[in-house]
Design a protein. Structure first.
Lengths: 475, 475
């Protein structure tokens, strides 16, 4: 647990009775929550055990209400933290300096599914899976599928530029965002672009906004690209006795000209812990198995998918695969996907941990994995690794285990820094899909020079001259 | 022809002998060109008949030389215009205020084709087609293919976020840029991102740089994504007696779940003029034909492509196609593509013209086409339309014809404004792939509020506090 940084010492104003009164006038009394229970609830997300409650939780329903709130807070220097479904893994939604916790949960409508143009307009509080299922009814697909898709919001996905397994073939959130309605910290409302697939008109504020972690503006509507939903897919689980060999097999698939719709990696511990954590999936795992790859292909032509699977199987065996299990039906597919999606929760339930979201060019994955283990041995920590191998995105979960307070809170940071220096040296970076948020901020200097960080600060200043929006995050 | 705006009146310094001496010290005497012939040559691109020569043309070879030049010009307030292959269609490379014309032609090396990670590192002066052919030798594809690909530079493609026919399936330039080395106007050098497919680390300066038309920094290296080259493609030319019906057929293809690798539209005049312009392609065109669609599908499975072509043919007939011609071999494919790629040059050779680069959601294309013609009738101008129909990107070529000086230089602007207001009202914008450059700047207010433009200015300020880089362009 943590407590808020003192807002006055950072130059911010506390939320006093006058402010509460103003918020009640803007939103109505029933949308303003200053009670401890609500504030505590909105003071944490899924990032470790961190807790930074806002001084007041606001639940607006319209862009204009949000504009009124921001205009007021801009004038009074009250910090505002946008809050989505609180499924984040980097602490982006934590109210570091107290102030207003601005929940987007009431902006939760799918405004339009445009089957003529293959695009949809949604509010930020729509749950990702709800959106996916709504467009599927029209034979369409919204591909980004973070593990938390059953509860996370589209708005949060935009803020963190979320990925998920199918990012591999279809792209991450940024690749699906065409246009955004944004309330600026000064209370003005703009659309960032146009509802078109191509756009060479002015600076790309749409892409600047995606992944900016709620520090530049509040997204209130998003026009998202959709793609035709492929009619068929096939899923296979492949066992390896060497985790590094499994990683080596990954890039071989792409070099053979195949683009799977997912290519996921799980270390042995990740599988074992998840099998214990979910009670309705069973899977025999041989003693020698060190890692699994979960490989999905999709498309409209079943014969072609079958041919791709055969080609992939042959490659996997070349790299030492010991067993290849094909999912026979939807139920088996769902079971395997459940196993993969629950890894994060299972690891969390197993031990106190810190999750790093390393990403490298995919061919460097075996090197990353090996050296992460070496660094662990040097600093005395155990790690469990899994992630989106096809994208070179490896989640490194560092397990508290028997580490002392001193080791966990002080020494470990050096080890994490070493892991990040490694990713950078391999052409990678420190977050692939979780964002910098609060917890990765101390490591920004690993990948950005002071010149670079200075540009970030000036861009922030252009949008948010008083620095009220999600202070202490991302940059 | 135009002459430069007076640089001193805009607060800039002229290039004097001291500056020339300094450039000669940085680059060597042989890389500094102050003669009239060179300056004239580098004072125009493919935009109408505009001419804005720089006071001096510099041809550096390294990022450090560029950094030295920019640092000097930043201190002295000398404007610097980056110049690529001068194939631009919005005047982005014109030295509006004189100053330095910074040619990137000597940074022309493909530094690395990484077949393990499917990416390549190139310098900005590499010709797009040269790059495409180099990666094809490894079985890979760089998909963006502007009509000028035989002469345009990758750096210019990045500056304007260029597209081309295959953008439809594979994306535009921005979708292929992973990471950029950039010399900032202050002379510092940064890498904008990482060499990874996913990245949620800090603001997305990579995407901010793409399409910024050389106003924020000079790209000196680009890490580009590559994809496996599909083994097969099929190409068909479809005739329609109604241009609007042809446009209607376009979105039907996508709604049927097919994503062609190209779907191009050409009005009758575009075809006729191009057939006259290129002397080695002949094509019988029936009297009633009003427009053609050129449709390409690609993939690894010829049977599937055949099935898609049959499905597309059936759809086309539903929308009134009168003839469908399949290209039998590579030679026929090349001939049809040549016809399409040469339309711009053919129109240019036929008459003085202005080219607008409208883009809308694709289902709105028939409405756009119809109303563009209505607006033309209202203002008394003829237009020839063609473009990337699958992307909703319609090039509207306004023909000078019999228009008076007054009509051409004054009245026409009102008509163009009306066309742009139309595209905006359809959810589109004023440039799909050519950029704003110089010639679309008077129309920015059609799509951007003053708040929005103010943010552009402040972002510009963050990168280029003295405003020396490509002044008068884009924003």
């Amino acid at each position: 647990m943590n407590s808020n940084l003192h807002s006055e010492s950072a130059g911010y104003t506390r939320v006093d009775d006058a402010a509460i009164g103003q918020f009640q006038r803007i939103l109505g009394v029933e949308c303003v929550f200053a009670d401890t229970e609500t504030r505590t609830q909105y003071g944490h997300d899924e990032t470790e055990d961190l807790s930074y409650p806002p001084e007041v939780v606001l639940k607006p329903e319209t862009p204009n209400e949000i504009a009124d709130i921001l205009r007021y807070c801009h004038e009074r220097l009250i910090p505002v933290t946008p809050i989505g479904a609180r499924t984040g893994l980097s602490g982006g939604a934590l109210s570091l300096y107290g102030g207003v916790g601005l929940s987007l949960e009431r902006l939760n409508r799918i405004l339009n599914i445009d089957t003529q143009n293959l695009q949809a307009t949604v509010e930020p509080g729509v749950i990702t899976q709800v959106f996916q299922e709504a467009v599927e009814e029209h034979g369409l697909m919204y591909a980004p599928d973070p593990a938390s898709r059953g509860s996370c919001f589209i708005g949060g996905n935009i803020a963190e530029n979320s990925g998920g397994p199918r990012a591999l073939k279809y792209g991450v959130t940024k690749d699906f965002v065409l246009n955004l309605e944004v309330v600026l910290p000064t209370g003005e409302i703009i659309w960032t672009g146009a509802n078109t697939l191509k756009n060479s008109t002015g600076y790309n504020l749409t892409q600047l906004m995606v992944g900016s972690e709620g520090t530049l503006g509040i997204v209130t509507k998003a026009v998202m690209k959709l793609v035709p939903k492929p009619a068929h897919n096939m899923l296979m689980l492949v066992s390896f006795n060497s985790a590094e060999k499994a990683c080596e097999a990954v890039s071989a698939v792409f070099r053979a000209g195949i683009t799977p719709s997912a290519l996921e990696f799980m270390e042995r511990d990740a599988i074992d812990w998840t099998l214990k954590f979910v009670d309705d999936v069973s899977l025999p795992v041989g003693e020698e198995v060190a890692a699994h790859l979960l490989v999905e292909v999709d498309g409209n032509n079943p014969e072609q998918l079958m041919a791709e699977c055969e080609q992939i199987s042959a490659l996997m065996e070349e790299y030492g695969a010991t067993e290849i299990l094909f999912a026979d039906d939807e139920q088996q597919k769902n079971a395997l996907w459940k196993l993969r999606r629950k890894v994060g929760e299972a690891v969390k339930a197993h031990s106190v941990y810190k999750e790093e979201d390393t990403v490298v060019p995919r061919y460097a994955l075996p090197v990353l994995l090996k050296e992460v283990k070496d660094i662990g041995r040097k600093y005395g920590f155990q790690s469990v690794c899994y992630g989106h191998a096809g994208d070179g995105n490896l989640h490194v979960n560092i397990i508290r285990g028997e580490l002392s307070e001193e080791q966990w809170n002080v020494t470990l940071e050096k080890g994490i820094r070493e892991i990040f220096e490694l990713t950078a040296s391999l052409g990678g970076t420190i977050s692939g899909e979780h964002g910098i948020g609060l917890v990765q901020r101390p490591f920004l200097d690993v990948v950005f020079s002071s010149t670079h960080r200075n540009i970030f600060q000036q861009i922030k200043q252009a949008f948010d001259p008083n620095g009220i929006l999600n202070p202490g995050k991302a940059i």
